[in-house]
Design a protein around this ligand. Structure first.
Ligand code: IMP
Length: 195
């Protein structure tokens, strides 16, 4: 069976290939297709965004398709930025701008009240409408300054108490052992085994 991952991001693809690693499943990405339909994330929930991408690409490819949407939820500010994480500081905002905006919003909140979760929602879908959903969450604290050089997005602010470091201080391998994407993918792997 072929599984199309609805991403152009080769890093994400490699990670998904490594974790799913099932015999009989050939995992490809959008890089293997041309004249692709446009993909957007216009909705208010992760699952709607992921579902829309999975629907469009499964209809286009006629293959099982896996799509994701993810974000950061900070409990003290009503789980913002959430589904808007990529554009928190505005359309086309950089990671640095988004991190600085988050620091500004949290400036009067003490560390012990800065609990946060990374969320990853995966939708696996076929063109005729069969669908599976899996969610992964990773808990941590938002620090009051950025640290570390690795990763992307909010990794420099996301501190994991158990490991005593931020995600941006972890190697990709270490982060990928514990990440929200990893947790969601392990759940989805159980569904894929049954197809
Ligand atoms: P996407 O849905 O994977 O494109 O993620 C949306 C946004 O959520 C990203 O642009 C990041 O700002 C944030 N985000 C999601 N996952 C992570 C992560 O593992 N580390 C840091 N930021 C993340």
């Amino acid at each position: 069976m072929k599984l199309v991952v609805a991403t152009q991001n080769q890093g994400k693809l490699k990670e998904i290939q490594k974790i799913l690693n099932l015999p009989n499943i050939q995992i490809v990405s959008l890089a293997d297709y041309s004249d692709l339909p446009q993909l957007q994330e216009p909705h208010q929930t992760y699952v709607e965004n992921a579902r829309e991408k999975a629907k469009i690409i499964s209809q286009f490819s006629q293959e099982w398709t896996l799509a994701d949407d993810s974000g950061l939820e900070v409990l003290a500010i009503d789980r913002r930025p959430g589904v808007f994480s990529a554009r928190y500081a505005g359309k086309n905002a950089s990671d640095l701008e988004n991190n600085l905006k988050l620091l500004e919003e949290l400036k009067n909140i003490p560390l012990e009240k800065r609990q946060a979760e990374f969320v990853c929602c995966l939708v696996l879908r076929h063109s005729e409408g069969r669908e599976f959903i899996a969610e992964g969450r990773l808990s941590g604290l938002i620090l009051d300054k950025m640290q570390g050089e690795q990763g992307f997005g909010y990794d420099p602010l996301f501190y994991i108490p158990d490991r005593k470091k931020v995600l941006a201080d972890m190697t990709p391998e270490e982060k990928n052992q514990i990440s929200h994407r990893r947790i969601a993918l392990e759940k989805m792997k159980r569904q894929l085994r049954q197809l």
